[in-house]
Design a protein around this ligand. Structure first.
Ligand SMILES: *Cc1c(COP(=O)(O)O)cnc(C)c1O
Length: 418
């Protein structure tokens, strides 16, 4: 593609079969929002749903709403609606707790499964470039167990075959890397883990709702992920958790709270795990926040993940071509793989002054984000991002770079959340 014009991008928007879905979101006028991989946009229906939960279900229904408004069953009901997006079946997935907490639960369960099969397997293998919370949780769990458990990190996926040994219990990977946007081959790496006797735990934080995922078909054993990124569940919305049916009842998990008990209201003094995936629940859920996850999931039911993926790749291709054509005389370098099979739904470029450049872009109404040391991230959420968003973002980037506007002192100051 040779330096397309804005008019060409506008014609792509007019022909886009998904264009109407943007109307399902409340996005501020004039803003180019390319950070849906960090916090998804607000579904319009979320405001009314929040009012309903607070005013009617809580205000009027009070405690009756646990049953009458279906609060008890929300983790399972939302799990069933999310399941088709990640290749899971009904009754296999829960929306609950945070990604960090869910990861603790599934890693602990996976280690127990392995302890029963082959006690010598005590190592969790992951990548040094994995999202920090995943590594911290794995370290925390290994420290807690104190039976020779450890976390082993590789610097490149090419080192995985050597790192997975007779001592390895779990391969823990994030499907799409949060910083680079690079996507792993879930099927090949799950198969590699199994070949070496390990279980495969996948973090889908940057995958769910953005790229096709086939947990069952690709041989995953456990998975976790966020709902507040591409799934548009709202800030801090509860996360999800999936366990392969064959492993589900092998063990319970150590956060054995009463919601995961076989009969929570029997109020027994001893723990008996619930059947199925319900044993992966812990305690009382954040219902107000949980209820809003449904507003995001409803929008996905208007389309399918193949159509979303096709649009996401076209947006990414267009953005890459435009940056290279219009900003290529500056030190911007593509970090995300160009190949579709290895790319998630975000496109990252490095620039030595990436932090300041991004702050200048944000001031111009183009919201992406920055990840140290030098990466500018641009997330493309195919439900609501337009081809003209890609054009407008690159035009702002060209202007910031050509003018040197990023050199202003106010763009150099670092805040706590970037
Ligand atoms: C965003 C993200 C998380 C976030 O975990 P929280 O518990 O919701 O803070 C975890 N893992 C990965 C890979 C992420 O990208």
């Amino acid at each position: 593609m040779n330096d397309p014009t804005r008019e060409h991008c506008a014609s792509l928007d007019r022909e886009d079969p998904l264009a109407a879905l943007r109307e399902r979101f409340a996005l501020p006028e004039g803003l180019v929002y390319l950070d849906g991989n960090s916090l998804g946009a607000r579904p319009r229906s979320a405001a009314a749903r929040a009012a309903q939960v607070v005013a009617e279900e809580w205000g009027e229904g009070l405690i009756r709403s646990w049953n009458d408004a279906g609060w008890f069953g929300l983790p399972q009901r939302l799990g069933d609606r999310l399941a088709p997006l990640v290749g899971a079946g009904p009754g296999e997935l829960l929306v609950t707790d945070t990604t960090s907490v869910n990861l603790f639960k599934v890693l602990a369960a996976a280690l127990r499964v392995q302890a029963a099969r082959e006690p010598a397997r005590r190592v969790i293998v992951s990548e040094a470039s994995n999202f920090p919370t995943d590594l911290y949780i794995a370290q925390g769990l290994a420290d807690l167990l104190q039976r020779g458990h450890e976390l082993r990190l590789v610097d490149s996926p090419r080192q995985l075959p050597d790192a997975l040994g007779a001592d390895t219990a779990v391969l823990l990977l994030t499907h799409v890397n949060y910083r680079s946007g690079e996507m792993h081959d879930m099927r090949a790496l799950s198969a590699l883990a199994h070949e070496r006797g390990a279980l495969a735990v996948w973090d889908l934080a940057h995958s769910a709702g953005a790229v096709p995922v086939d947990l069952r078909g690709d041989g995953a054993d456990y998975a976790v992920g966020c709902t507040y990124k591409y799934l548009n569940g709202g800030p801090g919305a509860p996360a999800f958790l999936w366990v392969a049916p064959a492993l589900r009842e092998a063990f319970w998990q150590p956060l054995s709270g009463w919601w995961g008990h076989a009969e929570p209201f029997a109020m027994e003094s001893g723990y008996r795990p619930a059947g199925g995936v319900d044993r992966f629940l812990c305690g009382t859920q954040a219902i107000t926040s949980l209820a809003l996850v449904e507003c995001g999931l409803e929008v996905f039911e208007q389309t399918d993940i193949a159509a979303l993926r096709a649009k996401s790749l076209r947006l990414g291709d267009l953005f890459i071509a435009l940056v290279e054509a219009r900003c290529g005389h500056h030190p911007v370098r593509l970090v995300t793989p160009r190949e579709h099979a290895r790319r998630g739904s975000q496109v990252c470029f490095s620039h030595p002054e990436g932090y300041a450049v991004m702050q200048a872009l944000i001031e111009r109404g183009v919201i992406g984000d920055f990840r140290a040391p030098d990466i500018m991230r641009f997330g493309f959420a195919p439900l609501y991002n337009r081809f003209t968003d890609a054009w407008d973002a690159v035009e702002a980037l060209r202007e910031v770079l050509d003018s040197g506007a990023w050199r202003d002192a106010r763009f150099q100051r670092r805040g706590t959340v970037t």
